[in-house]
Design a protein around this ligand. Structure first.
Ligand SMILES: [Cu+2]
Length: 181
């Protein structure tokens, strides 16, 4: 009887330790996973707006300009807003641009604002006709993969928000040849 009791106690201790070990493993695993996600995306909130993952592509040799993209700009509110200006200490000037097909050639033009309709998500990723980006004119130094820099975004209603832009090489498959100056 005493032996049986001891054996059970031992088993509970062992299993208890086992579960603790497994749960601990899940916890550590989960933490590593969320840290991992953080390493690949970042976002900023301003009022009803979510500025999702501002990024720039590394400078091409011989160019003084750069482009800033976003995974998206989301307006979660019931009121339309607009991006009306941007500035950064890395460049002399920042313009709002839109890509457009001009015959067979993709070109960009400056636009006065980027509309953020109520309850909408505007795609500003590196892409094709119709997409927007921010143009960094006269960079003070080339943008290198892994660099980070601050950018100030001015929204008509939500006001000014400083965000941090990550410089990263475009992923395979995205169109990088479409930038004409
Ligand atoms: Cu541009």
């Amino acid at each position: 009887m005493k032996n049986w009791f001891n054996a059970t106690l031992q088993l509970i201790r062992k299993t208890g330790f086992g579960w603790g070990f497994i749960l601990g493993g899940f916890l550590v695993g989960g933490m590593a996973m969320s840290l991992n996600n953080k390493a690949y995306a970042h976002d900023f909130k301003q009022g009803d707006l979510v500025i999702d993952h501002p990024y720039a592509t590394p400078s091409l040799t011989g160019t003084r300009n750069g482009s800033v993209y976003f995974k998206s700009l989301r307006n979660r509110g019931g009121q339309a807003d607009k991006l009306i200006a941007a500035k950064s200490s890395v460049a002399e000037r920042v313009e709002l641009h839109q890509m457009q097909m001009d015959g067979q050639v993709m070109r960009m033009r400056e636009v006065p604002t980027i509309d953020l309709p109520a309850r909408s998500e505007v795609n500003l990723s590196h892409g094709g006709a119709g997409t927007h980006h921010l143009m960094l004119l006269n960079l003070k130094q080339p943008l290198k993969d892994g660099d980070r820099f601050d950018l100030e975004l001015v929204f008509e209603k939500a006001g000014t928000r400083k965000v941090n832009v990550w410089v990263q090489a475009p992923r395979a498959g995205s169109s990088s040849s479409s930038h004409q100056h």
